[in-house]
Unconditional design. Sequence first.
Lengths: 87, 397
Amino acid sequence: MALKSPYQAPLGKELYVIKTGEWRFQKPVVSKEKCTRCGICLIFCPTNSIKEGEASYEADLETCKGCGICVNECYAGAVTMEVERKG
Amino acid sequence: MSPRKTPKKVVNGNMAAAYGAMLSRPTVLAAYPITPQTPLVEYLSRFISEGLLKAEMVEVESEHSALSVLHGACLAGGRVFTGTSSQGLALMYEPYIRTSTLRLPMVMAIANREVISPQSVWGGQQDAVTLRDAGWIQIFCENNQEILDSVIMGYRIAEDREVLLPVNICYDGFYLSHMSEGVEIPSQKKVDQFLPAFGIEHIKLDPEEPMSVDPLTPGDLLTEYRFKHVEAMKRAKKVIDQVDGEFQSFFQRGYGGQVETYRIDNADLLIVTMGSSTGTAKVAVDLAREQGIGIGLLKIRTLRPFPSERMVEAIQGKKAIAVIDRNVCFGWGTGVVFMEMKAAMGPLARGIAILNYIGGLGGSDITVEHILKIIRKMDRIKDKDFKQVTWLGVEDV
């Protein structure tokens, strides 16, 4: 029998063990040219998915649920949502 | 019987539970008084004030808070104890289910009391039986010695690595909670040998090893945790029997684990009881045996896990069975033990006359005379033409 959790009781190493990335139908795409690295997207992201990349901030698609709040908040207009075609 | 050195004390059921708890060395207690459990809280407070029990008693404003406090204490590595009754248990409903589904090993006494309405403070098992599907192990006691012993055994069962589930020790309100009888109080040294200290590992609050307790969990994982919970409950059957056997070798008294049988050899009739009516029924069985009636008794100790296998073993060759229920299974119109037994019997139920008597509700008595009448009725049953459910005190037996 293939069990997924090594635990007897519900626990995890992080607050969410749910993979919210599976809910997404569109993903944020950050323009490296426009990004001013102000970090407002990181502050507002409800799933704490934004990580600081080398040239710009980027979303971790494991947990990004594609809500688009980062697009709404970005002063520089550096984030756009791109529809993903899955399945 | 061999001479015993252990002194006996005359104590009521609440005091027996308090002694059982004290001897189990809990570190944190939290309880809110409610009739008929109230003296239990008072006794535990007294043990602490007299320095007999080194534990912290958290004064809370409700049963909901009592159990919630114990969640934290248990997760932080404490051995915890509480007790309640009836409406208090109802108010505890929300953290009650979380206790079992978080797999927190603890022991909680329930002084069984009727649930309202009508307004009543008296005995009845409706409070605990209503929560039989909430994931706890539920053990029902016949007398005060069994209460004390079951609390100690309860920790061994709850903390067993194969189980890791909370345990209710249930005893009939007033019939046991306020009834005094001689009880052997085992020595602390002996209990310490039987019940070693417990260190929680499977789920805990520990800054050295941080983990997120009860994170938002998707359906597939939730299903897996339910599966594991049910498997643990199945394993508990064996553990309950084993712990009882070990207790017997330590303390020279045992209770049969999941079920206890009484004079069932050469018996074609069987009385089934759960809780304090067992003592009454044993007297009735003895009297009926003197009259030449082949009657025995099966005492259900664990409503959860339900002792299907042990029960089926005990009913082999029986012609008629009468189940006495101090509770109601609404919807089926029977008692709970009766309904559970019929489910466990399956096709076996076809060949046996199985009768149900509902009584003893709200502090009304189940008497020796009631049970003798039931036994005589069973003895007269010739075919399958009998009334399935009879309400003691409302209908003639």
